[in-house]
Design a protein around this ligand. Structure first.
Ligand SMILES: Cc1cc2nc3c(=O)[nH]c(=O)nc-3n(C[C@H](O)[C@H](O)[C@H](O)COP(=O)(O)OP(=O)(O)OC[C@H]3O[C@@H](n4cnc5c(N)ncnc54)[C@H](O)[C@@H]3O)c2cc1C
Length: 381
């Protein structure tokens, strides 16, 4: 299997595919070993029986302002621009998120003008953060900050991370924005898009190179570490190995399992033209669900004639990761403790001593990464 190969990459998600492509274009012979029967990792999507593209592992929008990454991804797919806008349900109202002037108009029709005026005078900027609002002297603005904290931030965070209100890391409030304008875009990047034919095709195209050999369905335990050396299918190798799977599994949990938050998705196909106004609507007050995605709005298939009168939605429920559980067996979000200590450090230390091994990607580096970051890191390797 390893004959004539220069580099062996485990995992055909965006990290594995991007580094494979880069090395292949440098003239290296690359072997990509993926344990699933499909490529694309968390980006995997498919057309359901109605023809709607569904993102199996949650809604994905590609966003970046990095010109090199934009040029790179454009080589492997046509992209439809998608300015992501999210709504949040508060009581019986649905307003744009992040909270902005339009949200304030809808939530507080009687005092919206006064609040907007005070916000402009106090902050003299396009954006402020919940923490700043909670700390201002003005009672009206402080009340607004408290309202956003209680109705948008607190429940969502408690539910998402499975913690109590007291355990919320207050420093995060410095980064939760309130926009002081009518800009209702969720992201501010130059390039915000989805691939026309889906992410799976995009990754397949990235892997489509004469120097890349892809093998699917490989046993999950093909790579083993023994005495600081790498073994593939029982055979020791000193070839360059890039691992994009879970770092704790690579070391067979020798220092314990790493904590993750997981997600459960419930898909429903409904006989409706439209289910909600936006591709994504958040539900902070719901006891267990965080958000609903309406897929044809995300993939911009709304205008396809064959999709009139039908739509697919995905409801998202967070839970604690447990590899033996029915609903929460996929690790999604690393859980970094409040003290900032990374529980994966114990494994990174061991990995450092293995000279031909490189850890890459969200599971191997135990780090939340957007797609653009994952690709950028892979190209920088
Ligand atoms: C709910 C959700 C929504 C998101 N939305 C966005 C978004 O809108 N925009 C954005 O930019 N990012 C988003 N992300 C982040 C995005 O999913 C990641 O950036 C991306 O998945 C990172 O790719 P990766 O290749 O590092 O990991 P992965 O996608 O997890 O790929 C790892 C691959 O390795 C394979 N593998 C694992 N173990 C083995 C093994 N033992 N042997 C062989 N192969 C193995 C896996 O099967 C998988 O194919 C979202 C993430 C989540 C959880």
């Amino acid at each position: 299997m390893l004959n004539n190969k220069d580099i062996i990459i485990f995992g055909a998600g965006p990290s594995g595919a991007a580094v494979a492509r880069k090395k292949a274009e440098e003239g290296k012979q690359v072997l990509v070993l993926e344990n699933k029967d499909v490529v694309a990792g968390n980006l995997f999507d498919y057309k359901n029986d109605k023809g709607i593209i569904v993102h199996k592992f949650g809604p994905h929008i590609f966003q970046t302002s990095d010109e090199d990454i934009i040029s790179f991804v454009k080589r492997f797919a046509n992209w439809k621009e998608f300015r992501h806008k999210v709504n949040v349900v508060i009581g019986d109202k649905e307003v744009p998120l992040p909270i902005n002037f339009k949200s304030i108009d809808i939530l507080f029709p009687d005092k919206a003008e006064m609040l907007k005026q005070k916000l402009k005078e106090t902050f003299n900027s396009d954006v402020t953060y919940i923490m700043d609002l909670l700390n201002v002297e003005d009672e009206d603005l402080k009340e607004l900050g408290k309202f956003v904290y209680d109705n948008v931030f607190e429940n969502y965070t408690v539910k998402m991370w499975g913690i109590s209100s007291e355990d919320i890391d207050q420093s995060v409030l410095k980064r939760v924005p309130v926009r002081l304008s009518y800009d209702d875009g969720y992201f501010s990047d130059k390039f915000q898009a989805v691939p026309t034919t889906g992410y799976t095709e995009f990754i397949k195209e990235m892997l489509n190179h004469e120097n890349i050999k892809l093998k699917l369905n490989v046993p999950v335990d093909l790579l083993e570490i023994k005495d600081g050396k790498t073994f593939i299918d029982g055979e020791e190798t000193d070839k360059e190995v890039i691992w994009t799977g879970a770092v704790d599994y690579l070391f067979r949990y020798s220092k314990g399992e790493l904590p993750y938050r997981s997600l459960k998705f419930e898909l429903e196909t409904l006989e409706l033209d439209s289910f909600q106004d936006r591709a994504v609507v958040n539900y902070p007050a719901d006891p267990s669900m965080t958000r609903i995605t309406e897929y044809k709005k995300l993939t911009q298939q709304e205008d396809e004639e064959t999709l009139l009168g039908v739509t697919t939605i995905g409801k998202e429920y967070p839970g604690s990761y447990d590899k033996a559980s029915k609903d929460f067996s996929i690790p999604y979000y690393p859980v970094i403790k409040k003290d900032g200590l990374n529980p994966a450090d114990v494994y990174f230390k061991e990995a450092k001593n293995i000279t031909n091994l490189k850890l890459l990607g969200r599971l191997a580096e135990y780090k939340y990464k957007q797609m653009a970051q994952a690709i950028s890191d892979a190209l920088d390797i």
